[in-house]
Design a protein around this ligand. Structure first.
Ligand SMILES: O=C(O)C(=O)C[C@]1(C(=O)O)C=C[C@@H](O)C=C1
Length: 285
């Protein structure tokens, strides 16, 4: 396989690690402390690909991933993997009996956001501490039993760092999933290596011509009349001035020879900028 080592948001036993072992069970993987560090590692050639979170059912987009890809390091999206997310409250075993008296809850900001209702009702005035990942939170809690802390993380993290789950499934909505993208320097075909995908997508980045009435409507109609099914549309700031936005659009099919190229040509004729971020298979684990 032209992909051997995969970078992910570490340490061991994060949800990102789970996504990597689910999709690439036989590859080597390498943990990084932040999402930008995972992306840089692909650009620098330290790893062949990275698996990074891009969207969660409850919390929405992972803006850091989208912005870093668009503004800093343009890699290709070569695949997508969606995994169920179950968040558990865990403590050091020495604090198991009096876990309701904990002094602080540690986790990744997205994980804390997924459990806001639980935290608000059970621990309304507790100190919340944000860590670089759920795994990092579990590791920290395991190293400081004397501080009486809890982490929000997954079952693997409880095992890996020797913590006891005292409240399982504390995410506020049952249907909690996170979408991860596989990033690579080149637009390679992942489905040659990983079979049984659940569908295909093409992701475009589109900038609108400035100050043109109905521009977004025209963009959407270029897809609508070709019956190109869109599964996501998202706007993010260009960071060049208030009101300047670009759009990320997911189309539910591969980049073909006719329909998508002709939609792109129509958008360019309207004065839009269009960039193909990837055309790839997706997998549900
Ligand atoms: O902290 C982790 O375990 C991660 O892999 C990051 C992350 C995220 O950024 O959304 C991934 C999945 C969950 O939604 C919570 C956290």
């Amino acid at each position: 396989m032209s992909i051997s080592t995969i970078g992910f948001l570490g340490p061991n036993a994060t949800f990102s690690a789970q996504a990597v072992s689910g999709l690439f069970p036989n590859n080597e993987s390498k943990p990084y402390r932040t999402i930008p560090a995972c992306i840089d590692a692909v650009v620098n050639g330290e790893v062949d690909a990275a698996v990074v979170p891009i969207e969660n059912t409850i919390e929405g987009s992972v803006n850091l991933t989208i912005d870093y890809l668009i503004h800093e390091q343009p890699l290709k999206i070569i695949g997508e993997v969606i995994i169920p997310i179950k968040q558990h409250l865990m403590v050091h075993p020495t604090n198991e009996q009096n876990w309701e008296k904990i002094n602080g809850v540690y986790s990744h900001s997205h994980a804390i956001a997924q459990c806001h209702k639980f935290l608000h009702s059970q621990f309304p005035s507790i100190q919340l501490e944000y860590t670089s990942s759920t795994g990092a939170a579990a590791k920290h809690v395991s190293q400081h039993p004397e501080l009486m802390l809890a982490a929000i993380a997954n079952e693997l993290a409880a095992e890996e760092y020797g913590l006891t789950i005292v409240k399982p499934n504390i995410h506020d909505f049952d249907n909690n999933h996170t979408r991860f993208v596989v990033l690579h320097k080149n637009m390679i075909d992942l489905d040659v290596y990983i079979k049984n995908n659940n569908g295909n997508k093409t992701t475009l980045m589109i900038t609108l011509p400035s100050d043109q009435a109905g521009a977004l409507h025209q963009v959407l109609s270029a897809f609508a009349w070709r019956k190109l099914n869109l599964s996501k549309i998202e706007s993010r700031p260009m960071k060049t001035g208030l009101g300047n936005y670009f759009f990320i659009i997911d189309i539910e099919q591969r980049l073909d020879d006719i329909l998508i190229p002709s939609a792109i040509a129509e958008l360019e004729a309207l004065g839009c900028g269009v960039k193909v971020l990837g055309s790839f298979p997706y997998y549900l684990l």
